[in-house]
Ligand binder design. Structure first.
Ligand code: SR1
Ligand code: MG
Length: 388
């Protein structure tokens, strides 16, 4: 049975009927849907405001021709619960989840700004990279075989499957850009690279490995779509605020997928900044997010549930996470330039110079992820491909 789809006029009644508003005074509602999949409304009353997010039975930007189960909202609610247990300051306050109509009622964050928008306008990262490193470390450690008993982990695996959203990623991120597919599109000046990448056997094999890792590498609960459009930043009462939102792609997968998506988006922002004559912060931000992640993961390590995993294994595990992250960063860059869902960072520029740079960096990150050992190595690669 299909669920009730909310329109702007339905929101006050919905909030009253579900105990989020006592029915007194006026309520103003406006729609702020921005992401590819869902609808979001902001309801404002006297002295209060709330965000109402509903999953549609299709991909919002494509419409009913691309059906998609609204059960993705269950995955989002589950992810918020998992993060709330270990890093509540990194996510919005969730006031309630209604599984019958796939509605999340959350803290209104419209006083904050999406990190991608801030960067596109020439702003800086503030403490976003430290917060992202901490977010990934806390969530991934707590939901890994290090942070849970074997039995708890099996239960987590069983309850966290998110097949339709995973299939979207397997398709639009980790295969379609390397095939002829109607979803793909690119700037005409990049037709040479799009064709070359489709014909590149070495690249395809490496992407196949990353795709298989995404499908089978059940290391920890992920956000699953941790790009700079899933991060909101600002200042409240004189304190910096960074919040991660939109975890509807959450499932148990390889930790490097979350870090990698963030890193790919750092590179895209860097490519944009350079063509606009600004100094990008990519290198420092990648180093900061990795340091925050590694420091927190190592801090938590003595709490591991299974001490057969020794310190030498931790070193090896983190090296793998590093290399996986670089590979996924490269795949994210490539799909955002020649695949289905593009980035305003690059598409809003007058030509394809920045996109070409990011596309070239993407390929090298995928192919050379095992040999790029440090953030400085990645910074050198980004510099080298920018030309003189
Ligand atoms: C059809 S969804 C395309 C993209 O939008 C989401 O934000 C994810 O990044 C997904 O890959
Ligand atoms: Mg999203």
């Amino acid at each position: 049975m299909s669920h009730r789809l909310l329109e702007t006029a339905d929101i006050p009644g919905y909030l009253r009927d579900h105990g989020h508003w006592d029915g007194s005074g006026e309520v103003a509602v406006h729609e702020v849907s921005d992401g590819n999949l869902n609808r979001v409304f902001i309801a404002t009353g006297a002295g209060w405001s709330l965000a109402v997010k509903q999953a549609l039975p299709w991909v919002r930007v494509a419409g009913p021709s691309w059906p998609l189960s609204p059960a993705r909202a269950d995955a989002e609610a589950r992810a918020y619960r998992a993060v709330a247990a270990v890093a509540p300051e990194t996510i919005p306050v969730v006031h309630g989840y209604d599984p019958a109509d796939y509605v999340l009622v959350m803290e209104d964050m419209s006083d904050l700004r999406v990190l991608r928008t801030v960067l596109n306008e020439g702003g800086g990262y503030g403490g976003a990279s430290d917060a992202i490193g901490l977010f990934v470390a806390r969530l991934s450690f707590a939901t890994s075989d290090f942070g849970m008993t074997s039995a708890e982990r099996k239960a987590l695996l069983a309850e966290s499957v998110n097949p339709e959203l995973c299939k979207i990623t397997e398709d639009v991120v980790l295969s379609e850009p390397y095939l002829e597919h109607e979803h793909n599109h690119w700037h005409p000046d990049l037709a040479d690279l799009a064709a070359a990448y489709r014909a590149d056997a070495a690249l395809r094999t490496e992407i196949a490995e990353l795709r298989h890792l995404f499908m089978s590498g059940a290391q920890a609960l992920l956000h699953g779509d941790l790009h700079t459009g899933s991060i909101i930043v600002g200042n409240r009462a004189g304190a910096e605020v960074v919040r991660v939102f939109d975890p509807e792609f959450s499932y148990v997968g390889p930790i490097g997928f979350d870090l990698g998506l963030y890193w790919g988006n750092l590179v895209a922002a860097e490519s944009r900044a350079r063509v606009l004559g600004a100094v990008g912060e990519h290198a420092g931000q990648l180093a900061r997010s990795w340091a925050a992640f590694e420091t927190e993961f190592r801090r938590l390590w003595p709490q591991r549930a299974d001490t057969f995993f020794d310190d030498a294994y931790l070193d090896r595990f983190l090296r793998r996470v590093w290399a996986d992250s670089l590979g996924f960063a490269g795949a994210e860059l490539i799909r955002r330039i020649i695949g289905y869902a593009h980035l305003t960072d690059l598409d809003s520029l007058p030509d394809a110079t920045a996109a070409r740079h990011a596309l070239l960096v993407g390929r090298e990150l995928v192919l050379r992820r095992a040999e790029l050992a440090t953030p400085a190595d990645v910074a050198a690669l980004v510099d080298d491909l920018a030309g003189p």
